[in-house]
Design a protein around this ligand. Structure first.
Ligand code: ADP
Ligand code: MG
Length: 240
Protein backbone atom coordinates (compact mmCIF):
# COMPACT_ATOMS: atom_id res chain seq x y z
CA UNK A 1 0.00 0.00 0.00
CA UNK A 2 2.90 2.33 0.79
CA UNK A 3 6.37 1.92 -0.66
CA UNK A 4 9.34 4.17 0.07
CA UNK A 5 12.39 3.36 -1.99
CA UNK A 6 15.79 4.92 -1.21
CA UNK A 7 14.22 8.12 0.09
CA UNK A 8 16.57 10.95 1.05
CA UNK A 9 15.72 14.37 2.36
CA UNK A 10 17.70 17.34 3.64
CA UNK A 11 16.72 20.52 5.39
CA UNK A 12 19.57 22.71 4.20
CA UNK A 13 22.71 21.02 5.49
CA UNK A 14 20.75 18.69 7.76
CA UNK A 15 20.31 15.17 6.35
CA UNK A 16 16.97 14.20 7.93
CA UNK A 17 16.01 11.08 5.98
CA UNK A 18 18.80 8.75 4.93
CA UNK A 19 18.14 6.06 2.37
CA UNK A 20 14.75 5.08 3.76
CA UNK A 21 13.26 1.85 2.40
CA UNK A 22 9.90 0.98 3.84
CA UNK A 23 7.07 -1.17 2.54
CA UNK A 24 3.73 -1.26 4.30
CA UNK A 25 1.27 -3.93 3.21
CA UNK A 26 -2.47 -3.46 2.92
CA UNK A 27 -4.03 -3.80 6.36
CA UNK A 28 -0.70 -3.66 8.14
CA UNK A 29 -0.13 -1.53 11.25
CA UNK A 30 3.41 -0.19 11.52
CA UNK A 31 4.56 1.61 14.65
CA UNK A 32 7.41 4.06 14.10
CA UNK A 33 9.38 4.77 17.24
CA UNK A 34 12.66 6.42 18.09
CA UNK A 35 14.21 9.41 19.80
CA UNK A 36 13.19 13.01 19.20
CA UNK A 37 14.79 14.42 16.05
CA UNK A 38 15.08 10.99 14.40
CA UNK A 39 13.02 12.10 11.38
CA UNK A 40 9.75 10.35 12.26
CA UNK A 41 7.52 13.36 11.60
CA UNK A 42 9.39 14.20 8.42
CA UNK A 43 8.85 10.64 7.23
CA UNK A 44 5.09 10.99 7.76
CA UNK A 45 5.01 14.36 6.07
CA UNK A 46 6.75 13.07 2.96
CA UNK A 47 4.17 10.32 2.52
CA UNK A 48 1.36 12.77 1.83
CA UNK A 49 3.74 15.21 0.19
CA UNK A 50 3.55 17.90 2.86
CA UNK A 51 7.32 17.76 2.37
CA UNK A 52 9.13 17.12 -0.91
CA UNK A 53 11.96 14.58 -1.01
CA UNK A 54 15.38 15.04 -2.62
CA UNK A 55 15.72 11.59 -4.13
CA UNK A 56 14.19 8.15 -4.11
CA UNK A 57 10.51 7.45 -4.67
CA UNK A 58 7.30 7.07 -2.74
CA UNK A 59 4.14 5.40 -3.98
CA UNK A 60 0.74 4.84 -2.42
CA UNK A 61 -1.40 1.97 -3.67
CA UNK A 62 0.86 1.59 -6.66
CA UNK A 63 0.74 5.25 -7.70
CA UNK A 64 3.85 7.44 -7.46
CA UNK A 65 3.29 10.67 -5.54
CA UNK A 66 2.03 13.39 -7.90
CA UNK A 67 3.84 16.73 -8.02
CA UNK A 68 0.83 18.95 -7.40
CA UNK A 69 -2.60 20.07 -8.52
CA UNK A 70 -5.77 18.04 -8.46
CA UNK A 71 -3.87 14.73 -8.42
CA UNK A 72 -2.05 15.78 -5.28
CA UNK A 73 -5.28 16.81 -3.56
CA UNK A 74 -6.68 13.36 -4.31
CA UNK A 75 -3.59 11.65 -3.00
CA UNK A 76 -3.72 13.65 0.20
CA UNK A 77 -7.28 12.50 0.66
CA UNK A 78 -6.15 8.89 0.19
CA UNK A 79 -3.59 9.37 2.93
CA UNK A 80 -5.36 10.41 6.11
CA UNK A 81 -3.21 12.24 8.59
CA UNK A 82 -3.74 12.85 12.28
CA UNK A 83 -1.32 15.16 14.08
CA UNK A 84 -0.41 15.72 17.69
CA UNK A 85 -2.08 19.14 17.56
CA UNK A 86 -5.55 18.09 16.25
CA UNK A 87 -5.65 20.89 13.61
CA UNK A 88 -9.45 21.03 13.45
CA UNK A 89 -11.14 23.91 11.64
CA UNK A 90 -11.97 26.08 14.66
CA UNK A 91 -14.66 28.12 12.90
CA UNK A 92 -16.57 25.01 11.81
CA UNK A 93 -18.76 22.74 13.89
CA UNK A 94 -17.78 19.18 14.62
CA UNK A 95 -20.11 17.99 11.86
CA UNK A 96 -18.79 20.55 9.37
CA UNK A 97 -15.23 19.47 10.13
CA UNK A 98 -16.14 16.00 8.95
CA UNK A 99 -18.28 17.01 5.94
CA UNK A 100 -15.96 19.69 4.52
CA UNK A 101 -13.40 17.49 2.75
CA UNK A 102 -16.02 15.02 1.56
CA UNK A 103 -17.82 17.83 -0.26
CA UNK A 104 -14.76 19.83 -1.41
CA UNK A 105 -12.38 17.04 -2.39
CA UNK A 106 -14.54 13.98 -2.93
CA UNK A 107 -17.48 15.86 -4.48
CA UNK A 108 -20.05 14.35 -2.10
CA UNK A 109 -23.51 15.91 -1.75
CA UNK A 110 -24.29 17.72 1.51
CA UNK A 111 -26.88 15.23 2.73
CA UNK A 112 -24.74 12.18 2.08
CA UNK A 113 -21.72 13.89 3.64
CA UNK A 114 -23.69 14.73 6.78
CA UNK A 115 -25.02 11.21 7.10
CA UNK A 116 -21.55 9.76 6.80
CA UNK A 117 -20.13 12.33 9.23
CA UNK A 118 -22.72 11.40 11.86
CA UNK A 119 -21.92 7.71 11.46
CA UNK A 120 -18.19 8.34 11.82
CA UNK A 121 -18.58 10.69 14.78
CA UNK A 122 -20.69 8.05 16.50
CA UNK A 123 -18.13 5.40 15.64
CA UNK A 124 -15.25 7.31 17.25
CA UNK A 125 -17.54 8.18 20.16
CA UNK A 126 -17.18 11.94 20.43
CA UNK A 127 -20.35 12.12 22.51
CA UNK A 128 -21.25 15.79 21.93
CA UNK A 129 -23.95 17.42 19.77
CA UNK A 130 -22.90 17.56 16.13
CA UNK A 131 -23.16 21.36 16.07
CA UNK A 132 -20.57 21.85 18.83
CA UNK A 133 -17.49 23.95 18.01
CA UNK A 134 -14.05 22.39 18.61
CA UNK A 135 -13.09 24.91 21.31
CA UNK A 136 -15.69 23.33 23.61
CA UNK A 137 -14.19 19.84 23.32
CA UNK A 138 -11.51 18.13 25.38
CA UNK A 139 -8.27 17.25 23.63
CA UNK A 140 -9.31 13.61 23.43
CA UNK A 141 -12.64 14.55 21.84
CA UNK A 142 -10.91 16.86 19.36
CA UNK A 143 -8.52 14.11 18.39
CA UNK A 144 -11.39 11.70 17.83
CA UNK A 145 -13.08 14.29 15.58
CA UNK A 146 -9.78 14.62 13.71
CA UNK A 147 -9.75 10.85 13.19
CA UNK A 148 -13.38 10.91 11.97
CA UNK A 149 -12.51 13.76 9.61
CA UNK A 150 -9.64 11.77 8.11
CA UNK A 151 -11.77 8.62 7.83
CA UNK A 152 -14.51 10.53 6.03
CA UNK A 153 -12.25 10.68 2.97
CA UNK A 154 -12.11 6.87 2.78
CA UNK A 155 -8.32 6.92 3.06
CA UNK A 156 -6.26 3.99 1.87
CA UNK A 157 -3.80 4.54 4.67
CA UNK A 158 -3.86 6.51 7.89
CA UNK A 159 -0.78 8.28 9.25
CA UNK A 160 -0.71 9.18 12.91
CA UNK A 161 2.05 11.46 14.19
CA UNK A 162 2.13 11.19 17.97
CA UNK A 163 -1.65 11.53 18.17
CA UNK A 164 -1.73 11.22 21.96
CA UNK A 165 1.33 13.23 22.97
CA UNK A 166 -0.69 16.32 23.85
CA UNK A 167 -3.29 14.38 25.84
CA UNK A 168 -3.51 13.44 29.48
CA UNK A 169 -3.52 9.70 30.28
CA UNK A 170 -7.28 9.20 30.42
CA UNK A 171 -7.82 10.82 27.02
CA UNK A 172 -4.84 8.97 25.63
CA UNK A 173 -6.61 5.71 26.40
CA UNK A 174 -9.77 6.80 24.60
CA UNK A 175 -7.88 7.76 21.47
CA UNK A 176 -5.77 4.60 21.50
CA UNK A 177 -9.00 2.57 21.78
CA UNK A 178 -10.27 4.18 18.58
CA UNK A 179 -6.96 3.44 16.87
CA UNK A 180 -6.95 -0.18 18.03
CA UNK A 181 -10.47 -0.59 16.66
CA UNK A 182 -9.39 0.87 13.32
CA UNK A 183 -6.49 -1.56 13.23
CA UNK A 184 -8.80 -4.48 13.93
CA UNK A 185 -11.09 -3.27 11.14
CA UNK A 186 -8.19 -3.70 8.72
CA UNK A 187 -7.04 -0.12 8.15
CA UNK A 188 -3.48 0.28 6.88
CA UNK A 189 -1.78 2.45 9.50
CA UNK A 190 1.57 4.09 10.11
CA UNK A 191 1.70 5.29 13.69
CA UNK A 192 4.49 7.41 15.14
CA UNK A 193 4.11 6.95 18.85
CA UNK A 194 5.67 7.12 22.30
CA UNK A 195 3.07 4.65 23.51
CA UNK A 196 5.14 1.51 23.76
CA UNK A 197 2.05 -0.50 24.76
CA UNK A 198 0.43 0.38 21.45
CA UNK A 199 3.60 -0.43 19.50
CA UNK A 200 3.96 -3.75 21.28
CA UNK A 201 0.40 -5.03 21.27
CA UNK A 202 -1.46 -3.26 18.44
CA UNK A 203 1.21 -3.03 15.74
CA UNK A 204 2.19 -5.78 13.32
CA UNK A 205 5.68 -4.37 12.98
CA UNK A 206 7.94 -1.91 14.74
CA UNK A 207 10.22 0.43 12.82
CA UNK A 208 12.91 2.01 14.98
CA UNK A 209 14.43 5.23 13.62
CA UNK A 210 17.43 7.21 14.79
CA UNK A 211 19.46 9.94 13.07
CA UNK A 212 17.35 9.84 9.92
CA UNK A 213 17.75 6.10 9.37
CA UNK A 214 15.65 3.04 9.90
CA UNK A 215 17.98 1.29 12.31
CA UNK A 216 15.86 -1.71 13.01
CA UNK A 217 12.59 -3.26 11.82
CA UNK A 218 11.04 -6.24 13.54
CA UNK A 219 7.94 -7.94 14.83
CA UNK A 220 6.95 -6.22 18.10
CA UNK A 221 7.57 -9.29 20.28
CA UNK A 222 11.07 -9.76 18.91
CA UNK A 223 11.89 -6.06 19.06
CA UNK A 224 10.84 -5.53 22.65
CA UNK A 225 12.25 -8.83 23.90
CA UNK A 226 15.61 -8.48 22.19
CA UNK A 227 16.42 -5.33 20.20
CA UNK A 228 19.41 -6.01 17.96
CA UNK A 229 21.00 -2.55 17.83
CA UNK A 230 22.67 -0.61 20.64
CA UNK A 231 20.61 2.44 19.66
CA UNK A 232 17.35 0.59 20.15
CA UNK A 233 18.49 -1.02 23.40
CA UNK A 234 19.51 2.38 24.71
CA UNK A 235 16.20 3.93 23.60
CA UNK A 236 14.12 1.19 25.22
CA UNK A 237 16.07 1.36 28.45
CA UNK A 238 15.06 5.00 28.71
CA UNK A 239 11.39 4.73 27.73
CA UNK A 240 10.29 1.44 29.31
P1 ADP B 1 11.04 13.48 15.00
O1 ADP B 1 9.63 13.57 14.56
O2 ADP B 1 11.59 12.09 14.97
O3 ADP B 1 11.27 14.11 16.34
P2 ADP B 1 11.52 15.38 12.87
O4 ADP B 1 11.17 14.70 11.61
O5 ADP B 1 10.54 16.34 13.44
O6 ADP B 1 11.95 14.29 13.97
O7 ADP B 1 12.87 16.18 12.70
C1 ADP B 1 14.05 15.59 12.17
C2 ADP B 1 15.13 16.66 12.12
O8 ADP B 1 14.78 17.64 11.16
C3 ADP B 1 15.32 17.40 13.42
O9 ADP B 1 16.69 17.66 13.57
C4 ADP B 1 14.54 18.66 13.22
O10 ADP B 1 15.06 19.70 14.01
C5 ADP B 1 14.72 18.92 11.75
N1 ADP B 1 13.58 19.63 11.14
C6 ADP B 1 12.29 19.23 11.17
N2 ADP B 1 11.51 20.06 10.45
C7 ADP B 1 12.34 21.01 9.93
C8 ADP B 1 12.16 22.16 9.09
N3 ADP B 1 10.94 22.48 8.61
N4 ADP B 1 13.25 22.89 8.78
C9 ADP B 1 14.47 22.56 9.24
N5 ADP B 1 14.73 21.49 10.03
C10 ADP B 1 13.68 20.72 10.38
MG1 MG C 1 7.95 14.25 15.51
Amino acid sequence: MVVLDHVDKHYGPLHVLKDIDLTVARGEVVAVIGPSGAGKSTLCRTINRLEAIDSGSISVDGHPLPEGGRELARLRADVGMVFQSFNLFTHKTVLENVTFGQIKVRGAGAVAAQEKARLLLDRVGVGVPYDTYPARLSGGQQQRVAIARALAMDPKVMLFDEPTSALDPEMTGEVLDVMRQLARDGMTMIVVTHEMGFARYAADRVVFMADGRIVEEAAPDAFFAAPRSDRARDFLSRVL
